[in-house]
Design a protein around this ligand. Structure first.
Ligand SMILES: [Ca+2]
Length: 255
């Protein structure tokens, strides 16, 4: 944990983001190499007091990532939850969790973020998908997903926003079992048993229950990589670096 400045009247942190802990020269050498929890805030200004305990991942791809979704096939956390739970977040930090759509919106609108998703399949093989830009709109727009700039080894299961593909999640609203915002005549969240940015429905089934099957319909899957069920997934975000504003005019600049 990052210690607080001694004598400070309020509990403001030295750092606001996982990436700033990493960037700092005063990083505490007692930090574990892989990850830790600390109080984070999306804003730099001290008048913004919105804070949240977050899970920092410091060993993957240069570190400084904040984990926003994690699944493990051994876990007991139930993911087929209602809108309110997906909005506010749930799970156990450091084990299996959903960060929460409202905070995802606030964080990714405070500045530009990259997204990285790491996968382990049932045979222990690993792959990843990375997006240079990731943002989530507000609740009035049903937390619509936007990603750009794919790279990685697992394929772009979110798809391109301009591309017509009824399984692309990019540009889609979030849906839960009690809020059907998808493009299917059915209720994708009900059929696939987890909240997600469904179209009709998706190639990225990351909040579904773990089922050992190569059946396309069931299990935790990233179908541009493999039909094998996944045994582990981690979604994490970090501020984007060195991305010219003019290329991505739809994304807001840092406040
Ligand atoms: Ca529907």
């Amino acid at each position: 944990m990052v210690s607080e400045p001694k004598g400070s009247k309020q509990s403001y942190n030295l750092y606001k983001l996982c990436s700033e802990v990493l960037d700092s020269e005063t990083i505490n050498p007692s930090h574990p190499d892989t990850g830790f929890l600390f109080q984070s805030s999306p804003f730099r200004q001290q008048e913004h007091t919105r804070q949240k305990t977050v899970w920092c991942e410091m060993s993957v791809d240069g570190g400084g990532w904040m984990v926003v979704q994690a699944r493990q096939y051994t876990s007991q956390i139930f993911f087929n939850r209602l809108w309110r739970d997906y909005k506010l977040g749930f799970g156990i930090l450091g084990v299996e969790n959903w960060f929460g759509l409202e905070d995802l919106h606030i964080w990714t609108n405070a500045q530009r973020y990259s997204l990285r998703i790491d996968f382990v399949d049932a045979k222990g093989r690993m792959a990843y998908a990375k997006y240079d830009l990731f943002s989530v709109e507000g609740e009035v727009d049903s937390y619509k997903l936007h990603v750009k700039g794919y790279s990685g080894t697992a394929g772009n299961a979110f798809g391109d926003e301009q591309e017509v593909n009824r399984e692309n999640s990019n540009g889609m609203k979030f849906s839960t079992v009690d809020r059907d915002n998808d493009n299917s005549e059915r209720n994708c969240a009900d059929d696939l048993e987890g909240g997600w940015w469904y179209n009709a429905c998706t190639q990225a089934k990351l909040n579904s229950p773990f089922v050992i099957s190569e059946n396309y319909e069931v299990g935790v899957k990233w179908l541009t990589w493999t039909r094998l069920p996944l045994s582990q997934v981690t979604m994490m975000i970090r501020p984007s670096k060195n991305i010219p504003e003019m290329i991505f005019p739809k994304f807001r600049s840092e406040i």
